[in-house]
Design a protein around this ligand. Structure first.
Ligand code: ARG
Length: 589
């Protein structure tokens, strides 16, 4: 960012008339003769070549950009160069780099947090449906959503972590009716009496499908519930409570915090919002339903069903209205699988969607451009698959329950530790905690490291391996750094105050440079809503550390103090990455 400002100044003085040109500074690819590069010369040339200009071509523009770069202790001016068609390659001063890392060691890693142009955001994530068990399909919206929320929070954005649970709708008719049948005395129903809600749901569903009398009762039940009948509301609350208790156990294990505002919350606001859309002339009648026609879509968006009831879309439109107007969110991010892409693109154009006439823009709720705020995005993602490429199901073709998956991850994590004899060295609590950190961390990382839009294969053996790009490998790498620091016998906090950091050798410098790229990486991952970018960064960090450590002696060397500080800075940045990815670091292995 600082370098961008320098080039900005240079650009303004090189071509004072071209005020609309944006400065473009990027990190150099490995092997290129620079740390960062400014890519503006070619673009500038194509703008100014038709006009009267002193420059003879893009390289000359590049030379001028370099010459006009304000002097700064950050840049090693003599080492900078202009390459090819005007790329300005910048070499950062190793002294400045070392100083920046020293400052972070003293002031804390939070001083490296990026600043985003929004104050408040809604992240709508996880969002399972009541009375259905959380299964492997809920893994991605929960994990990816949590990471995005963590990255935004780190960037000083106030995040409303919204669990948009499916707690309203026709399925409640059958559930309530079935509850009345099984437990005439609703008061006494407890979690254990119902047993597993999933089975309860299935039984009531099959009764609904095969017993016409029950079906009729269930349909009446919905009307009474939506009309606010206290007996029905009580039964509804009961079912929601039991479900909620199950969900929260999973969230607790995963370390995920959410605030529930389910579909039912928005229900009272729906008529008002529909009225607003109607007064703007957006709503039309079609086959008894009230709909919004949108160009580019073969079907209209139904906002009131022909029976007068509301649906998923009515609720989502209202939730969007609420978030923009009542909660004053400047950025709203929705996480669901890519299958719901059409649903969301009917409301707004988000990242990668292609329509400009969505309902929310037609209503004037959102700006014309998706580059200005408030900004709304649908973060879609691919599926979790089995080794053979099929959807992830158990042998009896039931979906895999998330609880079972977490149990297995922990069991396997523990087995690996026992195999390494840790049960003899550690207390049972330590063993347990480490097994959870490894097991849950492995699941999360295996998910997050993939570009979210692709599907990935769930493979326990692979994700729990201590080699390759896995959470286990990274957790071990971090623990190893911690043990090196400990083994040195030095008081690292004291060293931070008194010690000097130097980046004299290429491997030290390469590691230091990567540390300094932390903030821009988090910013890119946030802005583009791509957590895998942070995973790539973390893996590269541990690789650069390994290279550094395999070439240079730390303990007992003449540069021990400096190298210990570099170890500590690496450990701190790794821990921050773990934190942002929702992974618990471990300190010994
Ligand atoms: N409950 C929905 C489902 O399971 C996901 C809700 C996502 N959020 C939203 N605002 N539509 O498919």
């Amino acid at each position: 960012r600082q370098l961008e400002n320098l080039f900005d100044a240079s650009l303004r003085s090189t071509v004072p008339h071209e005020t609309s040109v944006e400065t473009e500074v990027t990190a150099c690819l490995p092997g290129r003769p620079g740390d960062y590069q400014c890519n503006n010369a070619m673009g500038l040339w194509s703008i100014i070549k038709g006009k009267k200009t002193q420059f003879k071509g893009p390289p000359a523009v590049g030379q001028a950009l370099l010459k006009n770069l304000p002097a700064s202790e950050m840049v090693e001016s003599e080492l900078c160069s202009v390459a090819g068609p005007g790329f300005v390659n910048v070499i950062l001063s190793s002294k400045w780099m070392a100083k920046s890392i020293e400052t972070m060691l003293i002031d804390g890693i939070d001083t490296w947090a990026p600043t985003l142009p929004v104050k408040r955001a809604v992240v709508d994530f996880s969002s399972p449906n009541i009375a259905k068990e959380m299964h492997v399909g809920h893994l991605r919206p929960t994990i990816i959503g949590d990471t995005l929320a963590r990255m935004l929070e780190y960037s000083k954005v106030e995040v409303l972590r919204r669990n948009h649970v499916g707690d309203w709708g026709t399925q409640f008719g059958m559930l309530i009716e079935y509850l009345f049948e099984k437990f005439p005395d609703t008061e006494s129903v407890t979690e254990t009496a119902i047993g597993d809600l999933q089975t309860f749901y299935q039984k009531s569903k099959s009764k609904f499908d095969y017993d016409p009398e029950f079906k009729e009762k269930a349909q009446k039940s919905v009307v009474r519930l939506q009309g606010g009948d206290p007996t029905y509301l009580k039964a509804w609350t009961k079912i929601c409570d039991i479900s909620r208790a199950e969900f929260s156990k999973i969230y607790q294990r995963l370390g995920v915090v959410l605030e529930e505002k389910g579909e039912s919350f928005y229900n009272p606001y729906i008529p008002k919002v529909i009225e607003e859309l109607n007064s703007k002339g957006l709503i039309e009648e079609s086959e008894g339903a009230r709909v919004i026609f949108l160009e580019g879509f073969s079907i209209p968006l139904i906002v009131v069903k022909s029976d007068g009831g509301f649906n998923y879309a009515s609720t989502d439109l209202t939730a969007l209205w609420y978030r923009l107007n009542e909660e004053k969110a400047e950025w709203i991010v929705y996480l669901t699988d890519a299958g719901q892409h059409q649903h969301f693109s009917m409301f707004f154009k988000g990242l990668g969607n292609g329509y400009m006439n969505q309902a929310a823009r037609k209503a004037g709720w959102l700006p014309e451009s998706d580059k200005t705020y408030p900004r709304v995005d649908h973060v879609g993602f691919g599926l979790v698959k089995r080794n053979d490429g099929k959807p992830f199901k158990t042998r009896s073709s039931k979906v895999v329950r998330l609880v079972d998956l977490l149990d297995e991850a922990k069991t396997r994590g523990k087995a690996a530790l026992v195999e390494r004899g840790k049960d003899k060295e550690w207390t049972p609590e330590e063993l347990d905690q480490t097994a959870e950190a490894i097991g849950y961390g492995a699941i999360k990382y295996a998910d997050l490291k993939n570009n979210r839009s692709t599907s990935y294969t769930f493979n326990f053996d692979q994700m729990l391996s201590d080699k390759g790009n896995t959470a286990v490998y990274l957790l071990y790498a971090h623990a190893r750094i911690c043990s090196i620091i400990k083994k040195s016998g030095k008081d690292i906090d004291e060293l931070k105050k008194t010690g000097k950091l130097a980046l004299n050798h290429p491997e030290e410098r390469a590691l230091g440079l990567h540390l300094l790229r932390f903030a821009e990486t988090v910013e890119a991952a946030c802005t583009n809503l791509l957590p895998h970018v942070l995973c790539e960064y973390l893996y590269e960090l541990s690789e650069r550390y390994t290279t550094f450590y395999s070439v240079h002696q730390v303990i007992g060397s003449a540069e021990e103090a400096s190298r210990l500080l570099l170890c500590e800075a690496t450990a701190i940045v790794m821990r921050k990455c773990f934190h942002l990815l929702g992974i618990t670091p471990v300190y010994k292995i």
